[in-house]
Design a protein around this ligand. Structure first.
Ligand SMILES: C[S@@+](CC[C@H](N)C(=O)[O-])C[C@H]1O[C@@H](n2cnc3c(N)ncnc32)[C@H](O)[C@@H]1O
Length: 449
């Protein structure tokens, strides 16, 4: 459903409060930001929109406005609904985007109030919308101290997600999780051990005065402050990859040994493929979407590795040569609800009625690929979802239909990360600014028939 964990673009390391705080807002910047936000309101992925349609013109400040408007989408919409005489759903998307961006800046930036209002009004002219009066009237009335009245506005999450999460994990974790999702996700690295050992890489960070924390193991590192990736020592040499710390656990759980025949079934854009390649030379990587394989080409060159993703549907076997796999990773397509801190547009785009379709695809992937696993082999199923319909329910259903499955305990993650829960069939990690994205991991061993 989205390009999870793709470390190509992301929220700019410069999109800090400092750049948001610049006092001179300009109508042309607001107009560009509104054009980009309109695409997101229509359903496009924020990260891809900024990269593909914003390009160089999408400055750190514009990027910060866009991420901020998406992060605060529900409280901004709640206040705008009260102030606007037209229902928001009936507004032209560009006009709605100007209102969201204006309200966001008024509440969350230090720019002058009159400048934000007048430049937003001028932006409507650039966008050729006759909405100057409406934008002026609404933005002038924005209350910068507004306290949202609905739970949706207070938690900045959609109502179906709140109900679902509350029912599964309870009120206290819901509140904790909602706060985490409003905090920017951390920048984590994986040391590329084909190039450098973890302690030498940590030494290089120390030498440059870059503060970091080791998570789970010496090769998994969170930087205390985000910074441009190219400024981290060893970037050009391929000493590290950018990869969420919790996302790294799925590959560790797979326990790949040299010489094993390994399948990465849902591989694109290829973060875990590259992690697997550090151990597995005999690796097949598949993905159904041919358009998602391009990043891997340049990234694998930087890391000094060679691999390409084969375009194939892993719910079929037409691509398989008949040789069983010792290890299979299914990093399944999912709602990506564990990545909302990193991708705030996810909460605007996901709907509850998408879940049965996703669960059906997840079940078909599992059922098909289980048959390709050798006896005593391991299959790791993971998602970056927080929802039981895509995690525990999928695995329960699978176990109920197969006699040759044994769920294995996952030692990684649960002991170290306080925000992780051991589930009946795996581990659920919750998003946390000190650890990373929300992830579910289940490890299944194939028993002799
Ligand atoms: C969570 S993403 C994978 C992320 C990737 N493993 C990584 O670490 O960079 C899920 C992927 O599953 C792919 N996918 C969806 N349906 C598929 C299918 N039937 N067969 C193979 N891949 C599929 C999507 O195109 C998407 O790239």
């Amino acid at each position: 459903m989205r390009s999870m964990g793709m470390p190509i673009f992301g929220e700019s390391a410069d999109a800090s409060k400092q750049s948001v705080a610049q006092r001179h807002v300009r109508s042309d910047e607001i107009a560009l930001a509104a054009r980009l936000l309109t695409r997101v309101l229509r359903g496009d992925n924020l990260e891809v929109v900024i990269h593909r349609h914003g390009g160089q013109a999408a400055t750190p400040r514009i990027t910060a406005w866009l991420y901020g408007s998406c992060r605060h989408f529900f409280s901004l919409s709640e206040q705008l609904t009260r102030l606007c005489h037209i229902p928001l759903a009936k507004l032209d998307y560009d006009v709605l985007a100007v209102l969201l961006l204006g309200a966001y800046q008024l509440i969350h930036s230090d720019a002058k109030r009159h400048a934000i209002v007048s430049e937003s009004v001028a932006a409507t002219t650039i966008l050729r919308k006759s909405a100057a009066g409406l934008v002026n009237a609404v933005l002038r009335k924005i209350d910068t101290a507004y306290e949202p009245e609905t739970t949706v506005g207070q938690l900045e999450l959609p109502d179906w997600f709140i109900a679902e999460f509350r029912a599964t994990y309870g009120e206290s974790l819901l509140q904790q999780l909602a706060a985490s999702m409003m905090t920017r996700a951390p920048l984590s690295l994986r040391v590329n051990q084909t190039k450098i050992d973890p302690m030498s890489f940590q030494g290089a960070l120390w030498e440059q005065g870059i503060a970091f924390v080791e998570l789970y193991r010496p090769s998994t590192i969170r930087l205390c402050k985000p910074r441009p990736i190219a400024s981290i020592p060893g970037y050009a040499e391929g000493w590290f990859a950018v990869q969420d710390a919790n996302a790294q656990l799925a590959v560790h759980a797979l326990q790949v040994e040299p010489g094993m025949h390994v399948l990465d079934a849902c591989a694109a854009p290829g973060n875990k493929t590259l992690q697997l390649l550090e151990r597995a030379a005999n690796l097949t990587a598949l993905d159904a979407d041919a358009s998602r394989g391009a990043w891997l080409k340049t990234e694998s060159q930087r890391l000094g590795m060679q691999i390409s993703i084969e375009t194939a549907d892993a719910t079929t076997r037409s691509w398989w040569d008949g040789e069983p796999f010792d290890r299979i990773l299914i990093d399944a397509p999912c709602s990506a609800t564990g990545t909302i801190a990193r991708h705030p547009d996810v909460k605007m785009h996901r709907a509850q009625d998408q879940l049965p379709l996703l669960a059906n695809l997840q079940e078909r992937l599992l059922n098909n690929l289980w048959e390709l696993l050798s006896e005593n082999g391991l299959l790791v199923y993971c998602t970056c979802s927080l929802l039981r319909q895509e995690n525990e329910y999928v695995i329960s259903e699978f176990i109920a239909q197969h006699r040759d499955v044994q769920v294995e305990a996952i030692s990684e993650g649960a002991p170290g990360n306080p925000l992780s829960q051991k589930m009946a069939h795996g581990v659920q990690l919750f998003p946390d600014p000190n650890w990373g994205d929300g992830f579910y991991v289940s490890k299944l061993r194939k028993l002799a028939a």
